[in-house]
Design a protein around this ligand. Structure first.
Ligand code: SF4
Ligand code: SF4
Length: 375
């Protein structure tokens, strides 16, 4: 049985967050069970982009601070690292409130830059990954994620958060290699098992609903969750936000590998999950999965998934900044000052939604039908 702890926390007051985090960790054995004195500990938040903590794009600094303090109280040496999509980590850390936390706690910033090839026997789809050398040099990793909707995978929480440990352009390459959500989910699960965070924590004090992971709405949920098992933790997050396992690709993949029992039979949640469930959580337009039929008709469902996935459309909020052009894995976006907005050549579009993640203006929306021409 995989234990997940959940505690109520309704604001980002430092003391309240630390108290709630300790409470969520208690059923899992407490921080001292995982951090030995002197250990180098990578605290890995979601620092997707330079955004204010109020936007709920990134793990809130109060949660990162509480994790660091509990690590230090257990005798560990804390580092904070992630590989943001575009801006250098110090720039993102400043905007997201993490630099102030580093000053207060004495923890160090760790840029995810150097790639090494890491081989793993546990991989189902992929057995070698380009991973951060800096992260692999740590004694343990504490995965400190944010609960958000995600147009490709359904939600992003513990498992998806490990993708930030893939340095630089390899993130684009993996999207290019595995464009279908079902395949990309297998890759994410392989990657999670390769990284093997010792502990995973999810900030759902304020989650993101709707058009996530970058342009959705902040949604107060009032929960902090923790588990040594990131898959079980994601299952609890899915239940909290009102998703079935079938709607989350990574959970479908975990069920297929018998890591999860459909319906949550091998996940034991300790804490007030049912009481904290928000009403009418907006799950967004593009859910990761479709139904239990995946188990019986995988080829049929793959075809259906391919047909039903929505298409990105660049709207009038586009400022022609060009950020998405360099981050599109298939290089099908062009931006030019001569036009009012950037354009997508749909014939090469993978529907990976990286453009949606990177766009600082929230200009990329989703449409059910393939647009008939470049727009
Ligand atoms: S246009 Fe957007 S969704 Fe299409 S391949 Fe490029 S980044 Fe991915
Ligand atoms: S779609 Fe967004 S990221 Fe791309 S050029 Fe327009 S504003 Fe920039």
């Amino acid at each position: 049985m995989n234990t997940v702890g959940i505690a109520a926390c309704h604001n980002y007051d430092d003391a309240a967050v630390k108290r709630a985090l300790a409470e969520a960790l208690r059923p899992c054995g407490g921080m001292g069970k995982y951090v030995r004195p002197g250990a180098a500990v990578l605290v890995k938040p979601n620092l997707l982009a330079a955004a204010s903590p109020d936007e709920a794009v990134t793990t809130h600094p109060a949660v990162v601070k509480a994790v660091i303090e509990l690590v230090q109280e257990a005798g560990g040496r804390a580092y904070v690292g992630d590989g943001p999509m575009k801006s250098p980590l110090p720039v993102v850390a400043k905007e997201c409130g993490i630099s102030a936390v580093l000053e207060q706690t004495g923890a160090q910033l760790l840029s995810i830059e150097k790639a090494v090839v890491f081989h793993t026997e546990s991989g189902s789809l992929q057995r070698s990954f380009s991973l951060s050398a800096e992260a692999l040099n740590m004694d343990i990793i504490i995965n400190t994620a944010k609960l958000k909707t995600h147009n490709l995978t359904g939600i992003t929480a513990a498992v998806k958060n490990c993708y930030g440990l893939v340095p630089g352009n390899m993130k684009k390459y993996y999207h290019l290699r595995h464009p279908l959500p079902a395949d990309f989910a297998e890759l994410l699960l392989d990657l999670y098992l390769a990284v093997k965070p010792t502990l995973s924590i999810v900030d759902a004090v304020v989650a993101m609903e709707g058009h996530g992971p970058r342009s959705g709405r902040p949604r107060p949920v009032g929960a902090l969750l923790a588990s040594a098992d990131g898959v079980a933790l994601d299952a609890a997050c899915a239940e909290l936000a009102g998703f079935s396992y079938e709607e989350i690709c990574t959970l479908q993949a975990a069920v297929k590998r018998r890591m999860l029992v459909p319906g949550g039979g091998n996940v034991q949640v300790k804490g007030p999950l049912q009481e904290l469930k928000p009403e009418n959580f907006n799950k967004g337009a593009a859910r990761g999965g479709y139904s239990f039929l995946w188990r019986y008709f995988p080829s049929l469902m793959r075809n259906m998934q391919e047909k039903r996935r929505p298409w990105p459309v660049i709207g009038s909020r586009c400022t022609n900044c060009g950020d998405c052009t360099g981050h599109c894995p298939s290089g099908v976006i062009t931006a030019s000052p001569a036009r009012d907005r950037a354009r997508i050549d749909y014939d090469g579009c993978l529907r990976c939604y990286c453009c949606l993640e990177i766009c600082p203006a929230g200009a990329v929306q989703l449409a059910k039908k393939k647009p008939s021409r470049e727009r």
